[in-house]
Write a protein that binds this ligand. Structure first.
Ligand SMILES: NC(=O)c1ccc[n+]([C@@H]2O[C@H](COP(=O)([O-])OP(=O)(O)OC[C@H]3O[C@@H](n4cnc5c(N)ncnc54)[C@H](OP(=O)(O)O)[C@@H]3O)[C@@H](O)[C@H]2O)c1
Length: 249
């Protein structure tokens, strides 16, 4: 399949996990990608793997200058954008009573403000019919102890996607979110979790396993592709049934 021939995609947090799997998928289907991340070495390794269709920008989406650096790089290299994947995010999981103002500010800066301004700064570059996918989380659909701060930011970005679907619709732009479940990535590495926590998580999923980043990338690519042409303002949950199902029930 080559659904993205010569299209230009910006993927924040494209140096690892779901973002990197998405970048691989887009490049395999003919796109040019601009990926961001803070760690230069990880970014360089991703660019080396993805080849000359990929540019890496070392930038922190939690910093407004980092957001501008990413869109400036897109403008200078390609002059336009067909796809934005606002994927970079950070997890803060603590009991509600222990969350500090610093936790709050950092998490909101990356997960909400970063997504908000990545999309806003991308607007002048968006081609007619561009597509935007925001990476949210299954935790916006179910109460989950210790996830108050993280889940609220993910609910915020899904809500933003709905609003922007209305605002940007007249330009032919579609915007949706994806909500991954337990996905085995460096952010949530199955092998490094407490074995009891990992087993409990698997037990909540009918298939009895964590998801792979490629499985979320496939959903992002679907939403960004012509097959998703009449899907707008939605959240696509990619969680193996975690939210919807009581396993074995
Ligand atoms: N894994 C899961 O189970 C899961 C479940 C639901 C939702 N999600 C969401 O999926 C998204 C991707 O997570 P992942 O699991 O693929 O994690 P990951 O493997 O740790 O990748 C995160 C990517 O984002 C980049 N990043 C993190 N903070 C950044 C910042 N402030 N500025 C720019 N780049 C930043 C990282 O690079 P640097 O560290 O070098 O900056 C990396 O490229 C996140 O939004 C996360 O909330 C994940």
């Amino acid at each position: 399949m080559s659904r993205f021939t010569d299209q230009v995609a910006l993927i924040t947090g494209g140096s690892s996990g779901i973002g990197l799997a998405t970048a691989r998928r887009f490049v395999a289907e003919g796109a040019h990608v601009v990926i961001t991340g803070r760690d230069r070495r990880r970014l360089d390794a991703a660019v080396a793997e993805l080849g000359d269709r990929c540019v890496g920008v070392a930038a922190d989406v939690g910093d407004p200058d980092g957001v501008d650096a990413a869109t400036t790089a897109v403008r200078e290299r390609h002059g336009r954008l067909d796809i934005v994947v606002a994927n970079a995010g950070t997890g803060t999981f603590k009991p509600f009573a222990e969350i500090t103002v610093a936790d709050f500010e950092r998490t909101v800066a990356v997960n909400f403000r970063g997504v908000f301004f990545t999309i806003q700064r991308a607007l002048p570059l968006l081609a007619e019919g561009a597509r935007i996918v925001v990476n949210a989380s299954w935790t916006l659909h179910r109460g989950n102890a210790t996830a108050s701060l993280y889940s609220a930011t993910k609910a915020a970005v899904h809500n933003l996607a709905r609003t922007l679907a209305a605002e940007l619709g007249p330009r032919g732009v579609r915007i949706n979110s994806v909500s991954p479940g337990y996905i085995d990535t460096p952010m949530y590495p199955e092998a490094e979790l407490d074995p009891a926590e990992a087993a409990a998580n698997r037990g909540r999923v009918p298939a009895g396993r964590f998801g792979r980043p490629e499985e979320v990338a496939a959903a992002i690519a679907f939403l960004a592709s012509p097959e998703g042409s009449y899907i707008n303002g939605q959240d696509l949950i990619v969680d193996g049934g975690l939210v919807a199902v009581v396993p074995g029930g």
